[in-house]
Write a protein that binds this ligand. Structure first.
Ligand code: ATP
Length: 563
């Protein structure tokens, strides 16, 4: 569900607090720059008046020229400082939002993240977070400037000419008024543009990932047509946004030019009639366009605000993902004892994603030395059971306790449990890089040992570059069985006390499946090994089988003596 305008507005307001100092510095330096610029214009008007009408000789005006130059340089420096501090504030906020989003995704874990398409998450994490930067670096300092500078100019103009003051005071507020009016109707166009962008991103990623499936089903052309349609819709939405932006700036230009022209006409006729002096006329005429500049700058950055509002809505949607992952103790925290965990005790555990319970009151003891399989119909909750052990999903009730051989209880930490999912991730990089994902400190010998245990060492040695061979995008240069064995080696490299595997033999030829089953049996001699599987061969090879029925309850627990 998308957040309302009001919720998004207060979210952006809250974010402002994260870089308040930078943004205040930006607004302050920008105000100083503008005041210096106004002083420079006043000094210039006085110099021109003195030289042309008061007959002051040029050689006595050197000090005036130096003052004008100094004012100009200082104004430039302060404006530069204003841009830099504004940028710093904007970047600080967008980086902190990206960090928050990443932390939230970690808390959501694989179960929570499954609720949004990966393409949408990528677009939100990158483009939406970056779209916040111009809002904070431009819109907020300009909004402050829009208030400060026109008031200063109005004060000066009032001092010189009441009629010019009235014209500027009446026309100035029209600009932000029209901006807000146009802005409200443009927000829905902006939201549409973002929805199209997110949709395009997810469709593109889905098509890329499912290229093979699309091809096999003769859907490549349809997929291209759908992508073309989405690109076209995004182009249309972008054009609508640009049309509104152009129309708005044309309206603003019209009002600004009209009022400057009115001031010029009034002062021209007063000069001709001899009721005004040149110096006042010159000052008011150079200040009149400057009066509209902060208003125009504010209006042009209003687009940044609308874009940020639409982007912030996408970010708020990401933050609504449920935080399923359970916080676990990490290696940096002291563990009560170095003895390995040899037994897991499930005490009446129940778990659910939403309201309905998926797992109901499961109790079992899973020990080192015996391969344990979790079997059951598709959708019965086998993966969910592994998720609860891995900490990807909290328990609704019951508990999981871990004990060492001496009967002492241990906490379940990120280090003593490892997981090999149904579709293991192969990152872009070499085989060695992929193996070291979970154990960056692992030596070459460690890699050899782990791959030997996982039965993939001989295959790696046949590759021309051995461990340095590139795995390809998502392991595209490896077979399904090779990816499984590599991810098993990756898990073993961490030397976990508990190893959980989801469908380790799915879609493998009988010989490869047999090799993996033998490997798991041998792994189970030194650690707790728990597999979720449909594979009858693997179920028969297991010494303990937990059968979960379609209601999510444990319907049978069979145990065989270890051979
Ligand atoms: N992230 C999720 N959010 C909500 N419901 C989910 C989520 N993941 C799984 N489920 C639901 O939980 C139930 C159990 O799913 P689970 O993946 O544990 O079954 P499984 O026994 O492992 O199935 P399979 O053998 O097909 O892999 C299913 O009804 C599924 O729709």
């Amino acid at each position: 569900m998308q957040a309302t305008q009001q919720q998004t507005g207060s979210y952006l307001k809250d974010l402002t607090r994260r870089a308040r100092t930078w943004l205040m510095l930006s607004a302050a330096t920008s105000s100083i720059a503008c005041i210096l610029f106004i002083l420079q214009l006043c000094a210039l008007a006085a110099l021109v008046d003195n030289l042309t009408f008061k007959g002051q000789p040029l050689d006595t005006s050197v000090t005036d020229c130096i003052i004008i130059l100094a004012l100009s340089v200082s104004s430039f420096i302060f404006q530069w400082l204003a841009d830099m501090t504004g940028k710093e504030g904007g970047l600080h906020i967008s980086a902190s939002v990206q960090r928050d989003a990443l932390i939230h995704l970690t808390k959501a874990g694989p179960a929570g993240c499954a609720k949004q398409p990966a393409g949408q998450l990528i677009t939100t994490m990158t483009e939406a977070a970056e779209a916040l930067e111009p809002y904070f670096s431009q819109y907020i300092p300009r909004a402050v400037m829009m208030v400060v500078l026109p008031i200063v100019i109005l004060g000066i103009v009032f001092h010189f000419d009441i009629w010019s003051f009235v014209i500027l005071a009446c026309t100035g507020p029209l600009i932000p008024f029209f901006m807000v009016l146009v802005g409200y109707s443009a927000q829905s166009i902006m939201d549409r543009q973002w929805t199209q962008l997110v949709l395009m991103g997810s469709s593109f990623l889905d098509s890329l990932r499912g290229l093979m499936t699309l091809r096999l089903n003769g859907q490549t052309t349809n997929s291209i047509t759908r992508l073309e349609r989405q690109t076209e819709a995004h182009r249309h939405a972008t054009f609508s946004v640009m049309r509104v932006a152009f129309l708005t700036s044309a309206t603003l230009e019209f009002f600004a030019s009209l009022s400057v022209a009115m001031v010029a006409v009034i002062f021209g006729s007063r000069l001709l009639a001899g009721t005004a002096d040149f110096r006042s006329a010159f000052i008011v005429l150079v200040l009149a366009p400057e009066y509209f500049i902060p208003l125009r700058n504010f209006s042009s950055s209003y687009h940044a605000r609308q874009n940020a509002m639409a982007a912030a809505k996408q970010l708020q949607t990401l933050f609504t993902l449920p935080e399923y992952a359970v916080a676990r103790q990490s290696a940096s925290e002291p563990v009560s004892s170095a003895a390995p965990v040899t037994m897991l005790k499930l005490n009446d555990i129940s778990a659910s994603y939403e309201k309905a319970l998926i797992l109901k009151q499961i109790s079992a003891e899973i020990r080192k030395g015996q391969l344990t399989a979790v079997s059951g119909e598709s959708g019965s909750g086998k993966t969910t059971l592994l998720y609860t052990l891995m900490g990807f999903l909290p328990l609704r009730s019951g508990s999981v306790a871990a004990y060492d051989a001496g009967g002492a209880q241990h906490p379940l930490t990120e280090e003593n449990i490892a997981w090999v999912p149904q579709r293991p991730l192969m990152a872009f990089g070499s085989i060695a890089d992929n193996l070291r994902l979970g154990a960056p400190e692992a030596t070459d010998d460690d890699l050899k040992n782990a791959t030997r245990q996982a039965g993939i060492f001989d295959f790696i040695m046949t590759l021309p570059e051995g461990f340095n061979t590139q795995a390809g995008e998502r392991g595209a240069r490896l077979s399904g069985g090779q990816i499984r064995r590599l991810s098993l080696a990756r898990a073993l490299l961490r030397n976990p006390d508990i190893l959980c595997l989801d469908e380790p033999t799915a879609n493998l030829d009988p010989d490869t499946a047999d090799t993996i089953i033998e490997m798991l049996k041998s792994c189970a001699k030194t650690r707790i090994v728990l597999v979720a599987t449909h594979d009858q061969k693997l179920i028969s090879a297991a010494q303990q089988v937990l059968h979960i029925n379609e209601n999510g309850s444990l319907s049978a627990l069979t145990e065989k003596a270890v051979a």
